[in-house]
Design a protein around this ligand. Sequence first.
Ligand code: UT7
Length: 329
Amino acid sequence: MSKIRAVITGVGGYVPEYILNNQELSTMMDTSDEWITTRVGIKERRILKEPGAGTSYMAVKAAEDLFSKVATKPEEIDLILVATTTPDYIFPSLAAVVADKLGIKNALGFDIQAACSGFIVALTNAASFIESGRYKKILVFGAEKMSSITNYEDRTTAPLFGDGAGVVLVEPTTEEVGVMDSLIMTDGSGGKHLMLKAGGSANPASYETIDKREHSVYQEGQYVFKHAVTNMANSSGDIMDKNGLKSEDISWLIPHQANLRIIDAVVARTGVDYSRVIINIEKYGNTSAATIPICIWEREKDFKKGQNIILTAFGAGFTWGAVWVKWGY
Ligand code: UT7
């Protein structure tokens, strides 16, 4: 009997209309287009402005986009995995909120918290659920309203983040396509260098946590940068070496979009031609777990069946890794 693999069979995405560019940011804090462009590679980011709208607003729009393109109906979905750091609520899960808004009644749904690496962790989980034979039609989201945890008085983090959502449909196949291999890791000793300090059970919300701005991203940029470079570059290289893949075998490299200089280091380690590297950081900034599915959504039309794609990410935890996908359609 041939092996069951998990293959991506559809993609959807959504980014908010409002564009916050570097010029506007420069009027809000002591920064400049020149600094942000040369140090990070971002020109603009999307911000969700709809009153009362949380991350589910964008995840639902992404799913509606997906369902407009695939034969599968919402009622056929049997599992929903949502990678997010910015759920609408601590509970219920974003997966539950999204399921309700999409009218999905026959599915298990839960969130996966692996920060910026969330999508590759969720996709790896989806692959295991499919390979086990237990689930047949899985929605895997990466969706974030990073503006809700960004301090717009902090020039060291505010320029970095944006809002958006992407989703893929994952189904079983016996063809030699789909999620072929995955290397993902966690090192909790990195936790204190990139975190949201308050609002959890260790440090619940209080007047003091609000005064100290502890409900927005805290990041030691240089420390995180070094670990992101090393771990994204090594995990991408390792998954290629393990599977005998040479740089010329890789049709597309899709790195997490946190910093163009980190992406350049991953490109150097893998040897993949720059024309094969998917980059949209200049338009959307770092949308955390949503960067990779938004890249897939934007470039879906360029992919061909059987092409080798490497996804790689690094985020809070620390978590990081790489996934080798053979495109399925
Ligand atoms: O996605 C999850 C994982 N996160 C990441 O991968 C992010 C990793 N880190 C980074 O991408 C970079 O460290 C940052 C983009 C966050 C910062 O870039 P950097 O080159 O590491 O800058 P730095 O923190 O070393 O700061 C250099 C200088 C400092 O000034 P002094 O001390 O040299 O006078 C900062 O105060 O740049 C200053 N600076 C700014 N200047 C203008 C910091 N932010 C800004 C700003 N505009 N927005």
